[in-house]
Design a protein around this ligand. Structure first.
Ligand SMILES: C[S@@+](CC[C@H](N)C(=O)[O-])C[C@H]1O[C@@H](n2cnc3c(N)ncnc32)[C@H](O)[C@@H]1O
Length: 261
């Protein structure tokens, strides 16, 4: 097979059995195409009413979860909120409105990133990153201007088969103090009717697989509301408190402490 080399305008032999590095032009072309596709899809999403996120859809449309997060906001007074997995921004918008602080949110998919960027163009307190969540966390951790105390993390980026959660949690515990991480789609011990994600052996969103017991200095809480009283998608969650904020969270009626700790 022969391929035209754009720089030299010569033809070079390409052996089909040898894997070829994609040409730089191909990579740039593919990236540009993906962006155009993402923005086009986002535009279509905006036109279709059933895709439009409303405040009711925040936190999976779960009224008890919303009460629980309001309680956490009230007792911890976060300086900043970090969300992984923006999707169409339902939860990011709700968190920004309820807390009044900046929300930083990462989205991997070009379509949802484009949608959220467009949606939040006039909301300067919502910062959308087109990055895998571990990369956003790493860049926030290394920014000296970014608060390293009283940060609230809402970890909701578990699609596409990759599950960076255990590493993200350890990273948060290493770099932030007096902070709280809420993990969506988590198994709630003693309440099997709360939904959770299970990606196969070792990849179930539960204490053991996600290494919650190994997180030094962390206190784990579960929602105290029984799943039968929950609304919306009725997904479970785990709440992990790091440092001094643990005492404040212990008083919240919306949380029950994990007995293993
Ligand atoms: C369940 S949705 C998030 C919903 C959103 N948090 C809300 O409540 O409105 C999960 C999103 O995470 C994104 N995602 C999956 N893995 C990711 C990763 N490693 N980094 C960033 N985004 C990711 C998916 O594309 C998807 O849009």
């Amino acid at each position: 097979m022969w391929r035209s080399e754009p720089q030299t305008r010569q033809y070079v032999l390409v052996r089909p059995d040898v894997p070829q590095e994609p040409a730089r032009d191909d990579v740039i072309g593919h990236t540009a195409l993906r962006y155009v596709q993402g923005w086009t899809e986002a535009l279509v999403d905006q036109i279709i009413p059933r895709f439009r996120p409303t405040a009711r859809r925040a936190l999976n449309g779960q009224a008890r979860r919303q009460e629980m997060i309001r309680g956490i906001l009230r007792v911890m007074h976060p300086q900043v909120i970090v969300e992984t997995g923006t999707h169409r921004g339902a939860t990011a918008a709700w968190l920004a409105t309820e807390s009044g602080v900046d929300v930083h949110t990462a989205e991997l998919d070009a379509r949802y990133y484009a949608y959220a960027r467009r949606r939040f163009a006039r909301r300067p307190t919502i910062h959308v990153y087109h990055q895998p969540s571990p990369a956003m966390l790493a860049s926030l951790a290394t920014s000296s201007a970014f608060p390293k105390e009283r940060a609230l993390f809402y970890l909701d980026a578990h699609w596409h088969g990759s599950l960076p959660l255990p590493q993200e949690l350890q990273f948060i515990a290493d770099c932030w103090t007096n902070s709280v991480a809420v993990i969506d789609d988590f198994e709630v011990p003693g309440d099997p009717d709360y939904g959770f994600d299970d990606y196969g052996p070792g990849s179930r969103l539960c204490s053991r697989d996600m290494g919650l017991d190994e997180l030094a200095g962390a206190q784990v809480y579960w929602p105290s509301a029984p799943s039968r009283t929950e609304t919306g998608a009725r997904r479970g969650c785990a709440v992990i408190a790091l440092g001094a904020v643990t005492t404040a969270l212990a008083e919240l009626p919306e949380l029950r402490v994990n007995r293993a700790h």
